[in-house]
Design a protein. Sequence first.
Length: 292
Amino acid sequence: MMQGVTAFLAPMAVETTLQIQQQRGMSTLKAISIRLKSVKNMQKIAQIMKAVSAARYLRAERALRAVRPYGVGAQQFFEKTEIKADEKESPKKLLIGITSDRGLCGGVHSGVARFIRGELGKDETNTKVFCVGDKSRSILAPLYGKNILMVANKIGLLPPNFLDASRIAHEVLKGGYDYTEGKIVYNRFKSVVSYQCTSLPIYGTPIVEKSDKLLLYDSLNSEVIKSYVEFSLASLIFYTMKEGACSEQSSRMNAMSNAAKNADEIIQKLTLTFNRTRGLKKEFIQFSFMQH
């Protein structure tokens, strides 16, 4: 009697196992197919963004070559006049972080924020930050939100121009924070695959007026010095924004290129897994029918 029951249940067990394996196989193939499709779509997006970034990088590099004399001239003003902060007084420092509102460009923005965090770690009490671009604000706000003086948004959507830089310089000088010295933190473009996070010194109007070198010029008064400080600050911000924009586009182009390559490797692995799973499923079905 037990042998008869066992003989009757055996075909049912085989059929049930076959149905379960078929369902599992279909589920696995469907999941692999869905993931393969999503990775292919991401690869297409990365390739498109790489092409767009390459075109924007070429324009940014051409613009940077024309703008660099502005930055060099503004730097030489502070160097030739030998402006230095008064060591006797407690300095009020200002850090201007040059970033943008856009991401997907490697470590461009995080490098600037890391530099600023290091400076705030030295003297957090007497240091304020002006964030050019929302990326630096989002990185610094959790720890140093009270040190953020202002934020300039909508940076990076269009190529920077001198009007944007002059507005930022105006807000820095008219914002109510009378700094004595500070730095503009930005990414200096070196090559298509290289950039360096660096800084440029800036000084407030009272410190510039105390320079002995400026006393050699008779026609200089406080209004002229004030206007030139604002112009030189705008020139430096314009120059550093151009340097940062070129570094950002080159970094985004490289990041999207690496993303497309990684997606291609994942597609190859998923395709191989899909074909193997489908082949094993066919072999299992054929074997099951032969058993019947």
